[in-house]
Design a protein around this ligand. Sequence first.
Ligand code: TRP
Length: 431
Amino acid sequence: MTSQRFLTGITTSGTPHLGNYVGSIRPSVRASQRADVQSFYFLADYHALIKVEDPARIQRSTLEIAASWLACGLNPERVTFYRQSDIPEIPELTWFLTCVLGKGVLNRAHAYKASVDKNTAAGIDPDADVSAGLFMYPVLMGADILMFNAHKVPVGRDQIQHIEMARDMANSFNHRYGEHFVPPEAEIEESVATLPGLDGRKMSKSYDNTIPLFAPRAQLQKLIGGIVTDSRAPGEPKAVEGSALFQIYQAFATPAETDSLRQAYADGIGWGDAKQRLFERIDQEIAPMRETYLALLADPAKIEHTLLAGAVKARALATPFMGALRQAVGLRDLRSTDQAVSTKAAKVERPLFKQYRESDGQFYFKLLDAQGQLLLQSLGFATPREAGQAIAQLKAEGAAALAALGAQLQPVNTEAQAPLEAALKALREGD
Ligand code: TRP
């Protein structure tokens, strides 16, 4: 079995904080050490241009995030670690995908819709202050993923819709031009805690409640001193439920250490002492990496070199793949004749499933015979995945699946039954 490809990007728009570390950097570095996984990690600096207008900040953030990954143990020899803007094939693929994706799908993207809803509520133009880049964000992200045919994309819940859109792009392209892309899947890390920030809400730049991952010791101690607590005095028992301090501790400590702090809460530990324990525990894990981080920051040439080497590795895959995709869509050397036959004409020699989305937002499929005549039409499915599963069942079980799927299909009239069964049989034998 070939190994699974995992791919993760981080937008280079700020300084990494403890929430990024616990939620993304630490689990990804661990995953990258697994032998059965081939990982791709990249700095999403094209994505950063959508939200950051300050060039110095983009450059600084790229340096800081790259140094953080490396300091936290990412081994660029084992994984492919690169900067998005070093791979010109990615914006090229973005355009190909732009041309196969329905605009309506982008209209329904959460981030875009949130801006539109906000503007509408404020009574101003729905698209006020919305750049075309924000609108196109999911397509660029789709290109990131499909460029390397990643199977799994570890993401937070807020990104699931983007992965579904990438599947949509992969399927649309494949239906038009043949099987080139693996439809990716989101890998949701249920076990990874969202870390609370200083004010108890989720640690996030937009709440201004973060602790920078590599804050110097003194600053770390001071920030931890500012974590919200209740007003219970030393000696009074404290509740661990809803305690941001306790949750952050838990993200760093062993189960035994966590139990010991739980006991200390019950015994009435003072908040000052509890904060000191948290500070020492975090610093114990971070301090060795902080030294590496500072050394890396002081040597940008070394990081630049690492990223360029990563780009060479990434482009060794991307350049030939993009070449094949250019061929597939018809951007070809005019002298080549062997490719001049339409892939469409070649494909209709066999019955063909087509999957698509309607303006009602539902997902459908149909089966066409070799001449393009309709043999079978589905009803609407809520997700592309369910439609895909029904197709898979028809491909695997042939006509036997028709009865089981009956409620999701348009009725087939009697004279169409025989050609339909023949087509399903041909598909089964062909695969
Ligand atoms: N959208 C992601 C974020 O906001 C960053 C990102 C860009 C990404 N391209 C990606 C993540 C591809 C996974 C795969 O964090």
